[in-house]
Design a protein around this ligand. Structure first.
Ligand code: SF4
Ligand code: SF4
Length: 416
């Protein structure tokens, strides 16, 4: 089937992408590759609206719904899909005729952990809070394997627009990352990178290679940062942020840089300082509550099993306590699982069952991405007892609780 058939109702109307994060960028990229243009993005976050994204305006929801002629909206958020659909309906748009979900176009968001290791040991991350025997084998994906994977993705999921070159690894450690970004762009896809930028590495060639999206993570200011981004070096991090700004201006001005800030207890001042810094630097600032990862740990917590000292430290520093997080799960139980539409491919080609679980013994969807079709892997996941158990305990909603920007803004009394 011609992939454009799926988006026929949009014919001749302005197309709006509701959600200016990875999924929005991915759909933007696929529309462009297929010869269609998105008119603008829509996002409820005031920070996301501070500047253009991929050269397009970012509208507030009320502006989008007031447009005349009536736009065609593609919902580009898997976590808040139901809420956005309800807002569209309340604004007089009808499902199918005026809006659809990106997940009806693109089967999956693709995360490829091209570098299967990290230089840090953040307390909230499995790299820092799971013991060595529960860490997967480190390594780097070879460019040839990566090319084969891209060909498979484009054949089986032609609406893919972005390849996220990370999952639980630090992609800038990959010595051939510029080549990998180049291969991505040669196929008409955008490349997204997420880095801790807390190392002594020259990454100018990475920026020259032309990623479209560059995410940086932080969790505090000064010493606080070094506590939760364990192993990180604040001075080096700030130097690298300045380099990122400088090299973006020199080589890739359209690249979107997003600061993904994790809030921990008593760090409202850190939040404000980083937000101001990002405004000054022209980076998008997004914040969520720091949370215990991965779901392996949350399940152990629910079962009253022992956690590592690092996982316990992560819990003790949380601004939104785990008790509140667990209680909130029941309040949002109607939300879809955001991980069902994510394909997480390791550096060695293994397709993980789910990005939110980490233990190497977690079942996988395929030992190698070539060993099964995408539809087979999706069906395997959907029908699995592993997912059933996860959903029955509402574990699949954990990240939605802590990523809720409204809750986060409340806890640091940020009124815009
Ligand atoms: S930088 Fe990212 S991948 Fe590395 S330890 Fe921290 S959270 Fe995990
Ligand atoms: S239900 Fe759980 S295991 Fe399955 S995809 Fe969602 S988060 Fe992952």
């Amino acid at each position: 089937m011609d992939p454009l058939e799926k988006i026929k109702p949009a014919d001749g109307r302005p197309i709006l992408l509701w959600g200016a994060r990875q999924l929005g960028l991915s759909i933007f990229g696929s529309l462009t590759r297929l010869g269609l243009e998105a008119e603008a993005f829509v996002d409820s976050s005031p920070d996301a609206r501070r500047g253009p994204v991929m050269g397009r305006r970012v509208l507030a929801p009320e502006e989008a719904l007031a447009l005349n002629p009536r736009p065609f909206v593609i919902i580009c958020s898997s976590v808040f899909q139901n809420e956005i659909a309800a807002a569209c309906q309340a604004g007089g748009l009808a499902e199918g005729r005026d809006f659809m979900a990106a997940t009806d176009l693109q089967k999956c968001s693709w995360f490829v952990d091209v570098a299967g290791s990290c230089n840090l040991k953040c307390v909230s991350c499995p790299r820092g809070n799971l013991p060595p025997e529960r860490q997967p084998r480190p390594g780097f994906m070879a460019p040839d394997s990566y090319t084969a994977l891209l060909d498979k993705i484009l054949a089986e999921d032609p609406f893919t627009g972005v390849i996220n070159l990370y999952s639980w690894g630090e992609p800038l450690l990959h010595p051939k990352l510029p080549e990998i970004i180049g291969l991505t762009r040669q196929k008409g896809l955008s490349a997204a990178v997420s880095s801790n930028l807390s190392f002594r590495l020259d990454f100018e060639e990475v920026i020259k290679a032309g990623p479209d999206y560059f995410r940086v993570s932080a969790s505090g200011w000064g010493e606080n940062y070094e506590q939760t981004h364990a192993g990180g070096d604040w001075a080096l991090f700030m130097e690298n942020l300045a380099r990122l700004k400088q090299w973006r201006a020199a080589h890739r001005p359209q690249m979107q840089v997003e600061m993904n800030f994790h809030i921990y207890k008593n760090r409202a001042d850190d939040y404000r300082r980083m937000k101001d810094y990002c405004r000054e630097a022209g980076f998008i600032f997004r914040a969520g509550h720091g949370m215990l990862n991965p779901l392996d740990n949350v399940a152990r917590l629910m079962d009253g099993q022992e956690l590592t000292p690092e996982a316990r430290l992560s819990i003790s520093l949380q601004a939104f306590p785990v008790e509140k997080g667990l209680a909130r799960l029941a309040e949002i139980k109607g939300r879809p699982c955001p991980f069902e539409s994510i394909m997480d491919v390791g550096w060695d080609g293994r397709v993980n069952h789910c990005q939110a679980w980490f233990d190497p013994e977690t079942p996988n969807l395929a030992d190698d991405f070539n060993a099964a079709t995408l539809d087979e892997m999706l069906a395997k996941r959907l029908g699995s007892s592993f997912c059933q158990k996860c959903r029955s305990r509402l574990l699949h909603l954990w990240c939605g609780v802590y990523g809720d920007e409204g809750l986060t803004a409340e806890s640091v009394a940020d009124h815009g």
